[in-house]
Design a protein around this ligand. Sequence first.
Ligand code: FAD
Length: 481
Amino acid sequence: MVTFGAGAVGALSGWKLEGASGPFRELARELAGTVVTPSSAAYGRDKVLVNSRFDGTHPRAIVYCESAEDVERTVRWARKHAIRIVPRCGGHSYAGYSTTGEGVVVDVSRMRHVHVRNGIATVGAGARLIDVYTALAAHGLTVPAGSCPTVGIAGLALGGGVGYAGRKFGLTCDNLAGLSLVTAHGKLLDCNAHEHADLFWGSRGGGGGNFGITTSFRFRTHRVGDVAYYEIAWPWSDAARATRAWQDFAPHAPDALFSTLYMATGAPRGPGTKPVVSSGGQFFGSETELRSLIAPLVAAGTPIRVTVGTLPYLDAIMRWAGCHPLERCHAVGQLRFKGKSDYVDTPLTNAGVGTLLAGLETSQASTSLGGAALIFDASGGAINRVRPAETAFVHRHSLFSIQYFSSWVGDGSGDLRWSRNLYAAMRPHVSGFAYQNYIDPDLRSWKHAYYGSNLRRLVEVKRKHDPHNVFHFRQSIPTRA
Ligand SMILES: Cc1cc2nc3c(=O)[nH]c(=O)nc-3n(C[C@H](O)[C@H](O)[C@H](O)COP(=O)(O)OP(=O)(O)OC[C@H]3O[C@@H](n4cnc5c(N)ncnc54)[C@H](O)[C@@H]3O)c2cc1C
């Protein structure tokens, strides 16, 4: 058994009652954790999310829970005082759904233990991905998860969880053996295939913040050693060729290989400049095998760089995360960004590819956009071997997803137009489904886009366990279809 970390990552003041009055003082007295209110010195720092577009949201308090009992007490307290509660783990919600201007944020980030026993990892719901990867790597184990080291395990796993081990071992949610969750009634339930199986089903892809507050997860782990990796960069003039080659290759590659295609605004900017295009992937096998597998990609156009190598698993995690040494992987920065997504179920036509490339080219000329990117993640492999109804994560027939990501400095509200325009232009070429973890308030038919044929059952789970819609946000699962 191993224990990793247990300290606070948020409010470090240690003043349990700092700034708390009235009902908030009452809550602070009941908790092992801390209640941070607007009069607390830590409030300004503790209220923000990763996406600085939501810095203007001012919760009435941030409640740092240290145990499942703290979460139970907080939920009961909130019901008693009719105060809205919103769970928060890593704070990476694209749409700011882990904060609220009307109620309190229930932050689970102090609950970030990782224990391993008999191949099952018990992970506190507040762990960040790097906490999980590091603790498990010490045992030569892993759970497939995302590439950003500071994303929270709760938001990631509840909505799916896509990463470089996904085609080999499945989504993060596919590796769940069980979880503990505090319901809207303030009761802690163990959910697994036999107990509260409906909540267990809904928590594997139904999305964070819908059914209750998860306090811990139990994951099946996988043994890992070294992995091979590749990176290929092309000149922009090869972008269409590279895209066609990648979509013919990546979703159909052996399970052991997961790959992405990445295109982004290039530097420098301005007239005559071009975006950049590259592909990267991780392979559970040898460098020699990988070289032969990626031959069709290398043969597409004239790559300017082809890199193939081998790394210990944790080093590969850090490579994809872009952080080194390990301590740097814990640094949480802020960014002003907007993300949208599509699932592609049939290969993009030349017209579809042309629309994407032309859309990205417009970002080169924009003076207000900090930058834009199109990120393709391959599906297939273990991800698509799970039936759509087996878990709440319905997207099991797609070839790949595309994320439209843009960021900027300053207010820049006009820059929402870049992704909206390109997204609109892509409608004839894509499936109409979208990834619930790239949650997007623009989407009108979001219930279908995120949940498709699983929506009806998710609504039933919601009605049964949260009939009064205690856990709600703009795109939460409704109590009625
Ligand atoms: C930089 C960046 C990189 C990313 N990379 C990947 C990636 O590689 N793969 C991938 O699949 N996704 C990725 N994502 C998307 C990510 O999975 C989602 O944004 C996810 O929801 C973030 O979880 P969080 O806990 O950090 O966020 P939070 O904002 O804390 O929470 C997200 C949602 O979950 C709810 N929630 C939080 N904690 C709990 C809890 N304990 N119980 C119930 N509900 C809870 C919140 O209320 C909110 O609705 C990335 C996002 C960003 C910003």
